[in-house]
Design a protein around this ligand. Structure first.
Ligand code: ATP
Length: 212
């Protein structure tokens, strides 16, 4: 199974990398693909350029085995919809199974995503807990709750045998880090060493990304 981790990565930080590597390890994923979006559907456009985000991602993941930077969303016109990304991965890598890795904050709004139910026809979903975002079933929108009831599995063993459509809530390393806070820190010349790998910090400093 191939892990798919999409985001703005503006910048990529330990709160992205560590949970994604935890999922890779726990599920025995053959590969982990980081897919930076071009035009996000549900948030403001990134501050860093696409090239800068790629430089930061390379700096973050090149040292990790079987981690790949996938540029397909940046090479596509228009809004970056995950459903299109998953379809194009299927077209290219016929016969592979995919696991979409998605943080809890993003999962709670999944029913707003373009053609969101089709995502379950194209991939399994590993939902990772994130500090500050609880899974409260009573507060889930009813259409999303119904999908959870239908699709949730409770163990790694049950999840990895599914080809698509399963939802698994995974405990991962909890790091209260946000890209927004990192951008603010850089702007006010505060250290971000704790939050990003040294190689990412170097790219940010050298290219003066997010500088005030
Ligand atoms: P911001 O902090 O500005 O909101 P972000 O890091 O949440 O940015 P993205 O880069 O789009 O934004 O996030 C990509 C994915 O990483 C999303 O699924 C998000 O839930 C997850 N994620 C981001 N930060 C963390 C974190 N600290 N812990 C766990 N998951 C995270």
């Amino acid at each position: 199974m191939i892990g798919i981790f999409g985001g703005t990565f503006d910048p990529v930080h330990y709160g992205h990398i560590k949970p994604a590597l935890d999922v890779k390890q726990s599920l025995g994923l053959e590969e982990l693909r980081f897919i930076p979006c071009s035009i996000p559907a549900h948030r403001a456009a990134p501050i860093a350029t696409a090239e800068q985000r790629l430089d930061m991602l390379h700096a973050a993941i090149d040292e990790h085995e079987n981690c790949v930077l996938d540029e397909r969303e940046l090479n596509r016109q228009g809004v970056s919809y995950m459903v299109d990304t998953l379809q194009s991965l299927h077209d290219e890598l016929d016969g592979k199974n995919f696991c979409l890795i998605i943080g809890m904050d993003a999962f709670l709004g999944l029913n707003q995503w373009h053609q969101w139910r089709r995502i379950f026809e194209l991939a399994n979903c590993a939902v990772t807990y994130r500090p500050g975002f609880e899974l409260n079933l009573a507060q889930l929108p009813v259409d999303l709750l119904n999908e959870v009831k239908l699709r949730q599995v409770e163990s790694v063993e049950a999840f990895v045998i599914k080809q698509q459509g399963a939802i698994f809530f995974m405990p991962v390393t909890q790091l209260d880090i946000s890209a927004t806070d990192i951008r603010q820190s850089v702007k006010y010349e505060k250290s971000i060493e704790e939050f990003v790998p040294p190689a990412v910090n170097n790219v940010i400093q050298q290219q003066k990304i997010y500088a005030g």
